[in-house]
Write a protein that binds this ligand. Structure first.
Ligand code: GTP
Ligand code: MG
Length: 470
């Protein structure tokens, strides 16, 4: 079936220097020739050339343009493609598009160009998803990881794993078909080793998803501490303006407050919370519950200790919340006479946090920094520490695979589950034909990442999230 020729404005809809109307499909050249006047017909032009001329609508000049003529298959969509570079005023770009639409193209749906690139085999689904991620990237790291995905890092890894799975499945099947010639005894051990290796690879990719989210959406940072410790004061310092109400009344902050903060290449979603304490006040109690709930979901906890007051039962309540979390402890109010020392808080935290080994020595030392939110002291140290904590693992993104997409992550998790079943079956001494079902399930799940085993509905849903003209 002949695919319709589609057209859309591919540049942003604000007045700008240049606007681009893109046409893709078998009739792209014919449609363009109906609206373009220049030295030469585009149909006679060589591929990948640029032509100066005018767009004409019913004898009237619409704009002066440069037209790029690119023939299939070496184009983004894999189809014949024309890109009209016109002046970038929103009105004139729309007029050029209208003229094109009057002459045989239909408007493209959001993401339809990329969908065609996928359907024409120019890229797999993980790369198509990377296209939108590149467009939506808001920082260098997000961009780098999307670009690596676009180049095929995920695709290649998935193909590699799928090849291994299919090799083992094929071996089992043929051995079962032809037991006289193919020896299957002892094969379980080989498969077990391979399955464990695959599980390891899958787990690595799944865990990269959290890094990916942190980079893309910012680090979810929750400020915890007892009432009056100076949490809201800290938020205000980090935000650079008076975001939260600060008073010397305990229980000032009731609800959670969120603020986006940039630290160089890092973005933080900083959440100020109600001071943790036992309270009879109904509203404050809801606030405290919320603080705990947010702490559970945090990527990072900044635990603000009031160093001018003794540690008390409220601090004790906070310690379990920072267990297993990336945490920075701030000894706040360092401008006053302090009673809490670094050693004291480290000892307390060490007794509860699993990051500390039995000898009391830290495996993963929780950083403790003296600050004064009031006098804005020590804040630079905090910022430096955060960069250290989060950027170290991230900088090498170029050559690392980073899963950033929930759909892909879920598929990996499904594949991992199936592979674990394979391991279980082998360990339980089940017959060979048993595992091949689970192996094939894993194979299918991974295929959904690259788009080899996905239905039309899912494809449509994925591309509908794209912007117009891409
Ligand atoms: N001297 C001194 N006072 C501070 C410092 N940080 C905060 N404060 C004071 O401590 C009091 C409480 O500060 P907040 O920032 O409201 O404390 P909070 O932790 O948000 O308190 P709740 O919202 O009630 O949980 C205010 O009077 C602040 O001015 C500091 O570094 N030094
Ligand atoms: Mg507060």
């Amino acid at each position: 079936m002949k695919k319709e020729t589609i057209a859309a404005i591919s540049t942003g809809m604000t007045n700008s220097g240049i606007g681009i109307v893109r046409i893709s499909g078998e009739d792209a050249f014919a449609v363009a020739d109906r609206v373009y006047r220049g030295k030469q017909r585009l149909s006679d032009a060589e591929s990948h050339t640029i032509h100066y001329g005018h767009i004409i609508d019913s004898g009237e000049t619409v704009d002066e343009v440069l037209v790029m003529a690119m023939r299939s298959p070496r184009t983004f969509t894999g189809e014949d493609t024309i890109e009209i570079n016109c002046h970038g005023g929103t009105f004139v770009v729309r007029r050029v598009l209208e003229t094109v639409l009057k002459n045989g193209a239909r408007p493209a749906e959001p993401g339809e160009f990329t969908k065609r690139a996928f359907l024409n085999g120019k890229m797999d689904l993980s790369q198509a998803e990377a296209v939108i991620d590149v467009i939506n990237s808001e920082n260098e790291y997000a961009l780098q990881s999307s670009l690596s995905q676009l180049k095929g890092s995920i695709k290649n890894k998935i193909i590699d794993i799928r090849n291994k799975i299919i090799y083992h499945t094929a071996f089992i099947e043929s051995a079962l078909d032809d037991p006289e010639h193919i020896e299957i005894d002892g094969y379980a051990d080989t498969l077990l080793e391979a399955a464990e290796e695959i599980i390891h690879d899958l787990e690595e990719m799944i865990s990269s998803a959290d890094n990916g989210r942190v980079i893309r959406e910012g680090i979810n940072t929750v400020i915890l501490g007892k009432p009056n410790a100076g949490k809201s004061s800290l938020l205000n310092v980090l935000a650079g303006h008076e975001r939260a109400i600060v008073t010397d009344i305990e229980g000032t902050t009731r609800d959670i407050l969120e603020e986006q903060i940039r630290l160089g290449d890092l973005s933080l979603n900083v959440i100020d919370t109600a001071g943790i304490r036992q309270t009879e006040d109904v509203i404050e109690k809801i606030g405290v519950d919320r603080a705990m709930e947010y702490a559970g979901k945090a990527d990072l906890i900044i635990y603000v200790v009031d160093a001018s007051r003794e540690l008390d039962e409220n601090d004790e309540k906070i310690l379990p919340l920072i267990k297993d979390k990336n945490t920075v402890i701030l000894l706040n109010k360092s401008d006053l006479d302090t009673v809490v020392t670094e050693e004291m808080i480290k000892k307390k935290a060490g007794s509860i946090c699993s990051g500390f080994s039995e000898e009391g020595k830290t495996k993963k030392e929780i950083p403790v920094i003296s600050v004064s939110a009031k006098e804005e002291k020590g804040i630079e140290k905090l910022e430096k520490k955060l960069k250290e904590m989060f950027l170290n693992g991230i900088v090498s993104f170029n050559d690392q695979i980073c899963i950033s997409n929930v759909r892909q992550k879920n598929a990996l998790a499904d594949a991992e589950e199936s592979m674990k079943k394979v391991v279980e079956s082998i360990n339980a001494g089940m017959p060979e034909d048993f595992y091949s079902i689970d192996l094939m399930d894993a194979y299918e799940a991974l295929g959904s990442i690259t788009g080899e085993s996905v239905g039309e509905d899912l494809v449509n849903e994925i591309f509908s999230k794209f912007c117009m003209g891409k």
